[in-house]
Write a protein that binds this ligand. Sequence first.
Ligand SMILES: [Zn+2]
Length: 518
Amino acid sequence: MDMHAMSPHHSIHPQLPPFYLHKSLYFVRKLEHLDVPRLSMLLFVIRKLDEEDAIRYAIILILPTRLPPRPFILSLSQKGKIVPHQGQLEASLASTSGRDSAVIARTGYGKTLCIAIPLLLEPGTITLTVSLLKRLQMMQVRDFMQKYNIPTITINKDTPQSPELWAKMAKGEIPHLIVQPEQFRMNHGHLPRLARLLNDRGFSSKITCVAIDEAHNIYTAGTVIDGRPAFRPAWGALGELRVKLPKTTTLQALSATMPGYIYRTIHQNLGFRSDSLIISASINRPNIIYATHVLVDGRRNLHNLHCIIPDPFHPPMCLPKIVIFHGEKIETSNVSQYLNARLPEPFQKLGICRHYHSDMSPEYLEATYSSFASSDGLVLILSATSGAGEGLNVPEVNGVINFGLPKKVAEDKDDPDRPLLSTGLGKKNPIKQERVGTAAVRLATCPGCKRAVYAKFMEDESDDALDFTCLWCCDGHPGNRFSLAKLFLGPIHTANIRLVTKRKRNKYRPVKDRQALV
Ligand SMILES: [Zn+2]
């Protein structure tokens, strides 16, 4: 952390009381009745404080006061209170104090709050959030509206053209816009409406923050890598916003995938200023067990998936909630059909296993996703392409299976939901084959602890990078007696492993010849 030291608050602002935890409730109650100008003044003062004090103040005092009254009162007394953790506050303070920042944190870290806090703190300003997929944008809108009471709208090609809506936006009455990067510049010979609106000084001068979610796309989707053209060049052109927006607007790049070489590309591309910050939390997910398994005869042999639905399957056996990721769309439907057919007849047509990819209708995808995400939905096994499944936000999933390793990268430039490149995470200067899954191959085939290898790929050096809360850490963990079979209802298919030996193959085939692994 390279936050520079600020003067102790006592000397500059003697009027502000020193921070005492037991008095905090009193301050909160007082602040609740502060009007907006006075609150802004207070915030201005707090920002001049020593960083650590400012963070404490912000935790206890500031955030709740901008929330609507009822949730705020509830937040004082009940479990559901929104207390940002230190990283979220550091990220928010960076944005509100005019510093660019990179936030490196795993999915589920609460990056939404890093974007919400500056908005809550500074009424009257506009934040643009750059976001990857339309489906994710809808979920983000829901979050901002329901949790934080922040009016939010998505800007993509489906945004209504209604003059009233755009007039409201131009006046700055919608503080938060979630935008696909293509909306900022000429696209297929057409200048999108938002791009035109950015030329309106009255509008653009209100934009104080631009948050770029999944910012690794600046590298993976937006730059020419190894001679291959960028497939979403708009990601690579986000730096142009520097020219279109006020000098004081801060940029914040958020991602779980930001090893050094990706960070450097982002830093350069967005023209980060010299006082920019890196806020990094562990990308470790302690509730995941990493394991790999050799597929017998490769991906074509669907016997490999019998462990999910055993034969005979009979209720009250309880199917776990599982996502299976595939490299090809056709495979998603083959597998869901196959698995449904393994269920007892009365259950076969209920849609317990469903396929999920970008060629399906939005209605089908929405219905399937909601059913899978809900705790009492019928869909329990989702067979998805990795592109369509990216960013699925489903609580209480029991398992994620990558059926085979990524081999091929789709070339369809017009499909924004296409699978992203698997980046060569292990190297400073990744070359072509690393983008087609070498990182995944290495992770799957490495000896020893997979969590440690993953942390190394991601350059995660935090204290909790190797923590785990499950029975096992991973299948390669020395001496932990891992058993894959205990994670599934049915037996693990291993019949052919002896056959491989019979053919007298080399014990270790070259990586490129190896069959896919689960
Ligand atoms: Zn391990």
